[in-house]
Design a protein around this ligand. Structure first.
Ligand code: MG
Length: 286
């Protein structure tokens, strides 16, 4: 449903120019309630077929997009890393966000492209110094993020920024699901497939630091605002954890699904204007 169009037809004011879920959340509770009431009043004829539209990521411009590294024990083991005693945080930028069905660019500066299926938390209200016991009150809802990673850049640079935040490195979606529809985060199953082959499968309850603790840890020093994002870490089964490693190649599809949140599909594609032959030659040997 085009919210602005539906609001106009229903003569509802205040929903005309909402850009994305983040924008809606930033308008505050009254506007969110208005959208919720309008949505429940709509019929099937008010919408357009999902196949006829290209989905943007639910949040386009998060102020803060914080990610969690090494948050599942089996993933730490496959990476031969130490178990952290407190959450390991890093950041992705908004430039990396793309929607469901979008291309992930095989940038020419990497030869070790990898996937990481993750639960994404969307913040719904201002959060500073929030205790874990109160943390779920600031969660607006959930989505899926594929934390695409260039392992050679991640391991070769001192910081993870290039390895984690090149353009298109954060497919997100397909949708945003409000928190009231997700009664038990721990029971959510997350699965990642590459060209249909199951690579990752875990329960979100296997996280070492769960969503309330993550929010507590982050907001001890970083104020979160409506529309901000947390990517909560990936389970085992990434390409880097295999012997030999199995990197993504041009033409591969990745699908990350989480129970109740849908399936996020991405296609690995050559950079625009870059000779495909050169990319293929560069990837041979892997
Ligand atoms: Mg990750």
């Amino acid at each position: 449903v085009d919210l602005g169009h539906a609001a106009k037809r229903a003569r509802v004011r205040g929903l005309e120019d909402i850009a994305d879920v983040g924008d809606l959340l930033r308008r505050g509770d009254a506007t969110v309630d208005l959208a919720r009431r309008l949505a429940t009043s709509l019929g099937a004829s008010d919408g357009v077929p999902i196949e006829s539209v290209r989905l943007a990521p639910p949040v386009i411009h998060p102020r803060v997009f914080v990610c969690v590294g090494r948050n599942y024990l089996e993933h730490i083991r496959e990476g031969k890393a130490d178990v952290p005693t407190s959450p390991i945080l890093f950041a992705k930028f908004a430039n990396s966000l793309v929607g469901d069905g979008a291309k992930v660019v095989y940038h020419k500066i990497t030869r070790e492209l990898d996937y990481e299926g993750e639960l994404a938390v969307v913040i719904g209200r201002r959060a500073a110094g929030v205790a874990a016991a109160e943390a779920m009150n600031v969660v607006a809802g959930y989505s899926i993020v594929n934390d695409i990673s260039a392992r050679d850049l991640q391991n070769g640079d001192v910081q993870w920024i290039r390895g984690k935040s090149l353009d298109t490195f954060a497919p997100m979606g397909p949708v945003f699901v409000t928190a009231d529809e997700v009664p038990d985060v721990d029971a959510l199953r997350i699965e990642t497939r590459v060209n249909g082959e199951l690579r990752q499968s875990a329960l979100c309850g296997e996280m070492i630091f769960k969503v309330p603790r993550l929010i507590e840890f982050i907001t001890e020093g970083i104020t979160l605002q409506p529309g901000d994002l947390i990517a909560t870490g990936t389970p085992s089964g990434v390409g880097a954890g295999m012997t030999p490693p199995r990197w993504l190649q041009i033409g591969d599809t990745t699908e990350v699904s989480i129970s109740g949140l849908g399936e996020l599909r991405s296609v690995i594609a050559a950079p625009v204007g870059y000779p495909l032959l050169k990319v293929l030659r560069g990837t041979s040997g892997h």
